[in-house]
Design a protein around this ligand. Structure first.
Ligand code: PLP
Length: 367
């Protein structure tokens, strides 16, 4: 019997959690705009505020520090553009919604393991103190966990604020705003099992949130636009479920390690970030002797969804900026792979992966 398809792209987007689906169905029957004062509006407002409370409690902040928006791309743009014209440092492995947000960013180099080079950072801040340092907590390609509290302390020591993109850590590893020392945190709902197009910014007390979207007085006048009530309600439910299942998420490392053990049998495979702290669900590797498109397509035909973590243009394959920053050389016959597990990954998915991997290994490349 043919295997059902297996999804190994949770870092791109995580399947909707049943708890979020339930909330969506309830919210779909509502009519009101949360800014309306009548009873319909009040029902919509209650859904938004329920989600706000869940997210606030999960990060040990007050509800007044939680601002909903359209996702982490908007979140990162809001914070970083707010520092336009000032000196802003971010790591060389940040998401492109930070690196390419449209303002000048100075890149902090990373080690071959993908960790921010702390000594370099110290040198960069000592020459000329920045206004903001922005470093993600968990990298979306290799799952490496950055020493964000240490980075925050370096920022504070020179009077800079600290922004942390926590998209790949929220609902995956436990943390609060205070214990990562962040002045701003950006999060996206679809990475915890909510819907695409909803996110949140968390702001430290007595810190003003830059404004990106002008308009009505929504979100305490910080972000114009009628709230995405359905998306926000789903976000609250997904966050609650994810946070209740943090232990299960840690246990994904057992499944991940089974895949890595199998990959490691091949001389053609190199796995990245393995010697440093990593989130439990992510594998970043390269496979030599095969082109990225060939390998990904072959996996897809066998019902395995993966991503490359590489961008392709005009027939030439280049490494993603993340692997490049880690010193990995791009080659046409070197396929980068990102394998990311999540809340609904099963043992059967792992067996399916291993079976397909061994089949492709025999067929597509030597070693
Ligand atoms: N930051 C990181 C680390 C991400 O992985 C992503 C999404 O891939 C984003 C930001 C952007 O989030 P969104 O899809 O909500 O715009």
């Amino acid at each position: 019997m043919k295997h059902p398809n297996s999804y190994f792209d949770h870092n791109a987007t995580t399947p909707l959690r049943p708890e979020a689906r339930e909330e969506i169905l309830l919210a779909l029957t509502d009519v009101g705009n949360p800014s309306s004062t009548h009873s319909f509006g009040r029902i919509a407002r209650k859904r938004v505020e329920t989600a706000r409370k869940i997210i606030a409690e999960s990060l040990d902040v007050s509800t007044g520090q939680v601002f909903f928006n359209s996702g982490a791309t908007e979140g990162n743009n809001t914070i970083l553009k707010g520092f336009s014209g000032k000196r802003v440092l971010c790591s060389a492995v940040e998401h492109l919604s930070s690196i390419d947000c449209g303002i000048h960013m100075e890149l902090i180099p990373v080690t071959p393991d993908g960790l921010v080079d702390i000594e370099e950072l110290k040198k960069m801040v000592s020459i000329n103190p920045p206004a903001l340092i922005s470093v993600m907590m968990v990298n979306n390609e290799n799952g490496v966990i950055q020493p964000v509290l240490e980075i925050s302390k370096i920022a504070k020591s020179v009077g800079a604020l600290f922004h942390c993109d926590a998209v790949q850590s929220y609902g995956r590893i436990p943390f609060t705003r205070e214990n990562i020392g962040a002045d701003f945190i950006t999060i996206s709902s679809h990475k915890v099992g909510g819907t695409q197009g909803t996110g949140v910014i968390i702001v430290a007390p007595n810190t003003s949130l830059p404004k990106l979207v002008e308009g009505g007085g929504q979100e305490k006048r910080a972000r114009g636009g009628t709230e995405n009530v359905i998306g926000i309600a789903a976000f609250g439910a997904a966050a609650k479920a994810a946070l209740a299942q943090l232990n299960d998420f840690q246990k994904l490392s057992i499944l991940r390690d089974r895949i890595e053990a199998e990959l490691s049998k091949s001389n053609s495979v190199r796995i990245y970030g393995r010697d440093v702290d990593r989130v439990s669900n992510t594998i970043s590797c390269t496979v030599d002797g095969v082109a990225s498109e060939t390998l990904l397509m072959a996996f897809d035909i066998e019902g395995i969804a993966l991503s490359a973590g590489a961008a392709c243009s005009s027939g030439t394959t280049r490494m993603s900026h993340v692997l490049t920053a880690m010193g990995v050389e791009g080659r046409a016959d070197r396929a980068p792979l990102r394998i990311s597990l999540g809340w609904n990954t099963t043992e059967k998915d792992i067996e399916h992966f291993i079976e397909v991997w061994n089949k492709l290994r025999a067929r597509l490349f030597k070693g």
